[in-house]
Design a protein around this ligand. Structure first.
Ligand code: PXP
Length: 259
């Protein structure tokens, strides 16, 4: 028996859609990427349907739900439109995040304490539809207590500030952020909440976070999509080189169909 509960990996495929959308068309397909992630050991897939649809689109969400055969975590702002969309698609889980149009990514957690009146009904509507709701928050005691107050069953701790401090080589700030995450995870468990974590994680930070027994799920996206370039670019170039060499050697018809 393991001493700790198992820890799940949710792979966020938003940035596969970012690359696709840079050119329009359908390649690379975030649903195809989700299937590869699952094949490789992901326990679920996360995708953020932003108000501006800058990466994931409505039909991506519908296809993810229909095709991945694993839990889909629908990241979203707590607006009436998104709540209705999530209920229509019916994912396993919904993670409510703050969303500002001009931001590059989700900067900081939700202010649950300051927005109880808007968040509580969104949590209740999603919950009534059988969707497990998590609130993406900084590991602050008053936010954790507010999450329990609005009856969210799950929180996701924002790890971005800790990851940034480590990347900056700021030891004092990273130590403070780490303590905040640990204490927050412990407090949340004591409050009966399930605890997830995510944002900015890489191999090293995911390994460190996975050592905290209170945390049972990590959601990771940008780093994995970036790493996929390094892990996969060589193979793609080799395949392109071979395709061109076949064409040059006259083993391809003029219409492009291989003989
Ligand atoms: N969890 C939440 C709630 C997020 O908003 C994001 C970013 O979309 C992630 C996890 C994944 O963060 P990253 O892409 O930096 O791994």
């Amino acid at each position: 028996m393991p001493a700790f509960p198992p820890i799940r990996l949710g792979v966020n495929v938003d940035h596969v859609a970012t690359v696709r959308n840079a050119r329009g068309g359908g390649h690379p397909d975030p649903v195809a990427a989700a299937k590869i992630a699952i094949e490789a050991g992901a326990d679920g897939i996360t995708a953020h349907l932003r108000e501006d649809r800058r990466h994931i689109r409505d039909d991506d969400m519908a296809r993810l739900k229909a095709e991945i055969g694993k839990p889909l975590n629908f990241e979203m702002a707590a607006t009436d439109e998104m709540v209705a969309t999530a209920i229509r698609i019916g994912p396993h889980a919904a993670c409510l995040v703050p969303e500002r149009r001009a931001e590059v990514t989700t900067e900081g957690g939700l202010d649950v304490a300051g927005q109880r009146r808007t968040l509580a009904p969104a949590v209740a509507r999603l919950d009534a539809a059988g969707i497990r709701v998590s609130l993406f928050i900084d590991a602050e005691p008053h936010q954790i207590e507010a999450a329990a107050d609005v009856h969210a069953p799950v929180i996701e701790i924002h790890t971005g500030a800790w990851c940034n401090a480590l990347a900056d080589g700021d030891q004092a700030r990273s130590a403070t952020e780490w303590k905040r995450i640990r204490a927050g995870a412990e407090l949340a468990r004591r409050a009966g909440l399930e605890v997830h974590a995510g944002h900015g994680l890489n191999y090293q930070t995911a390994e460190a976070i996975a050592a905290l027994p209170e945390i049972v799920e990590l959601n990771i996206g940008h780093f994995l999509v970036g790493e996929a370039i390094f892990a996969g670019l060589g193979a793609a170039v080799r395949r392109m080189r071979a395709a061109m060499d076949r064409g040059r050697a006259g083993r391809t018809t003029e219409s492009g169909n291989a003989r």
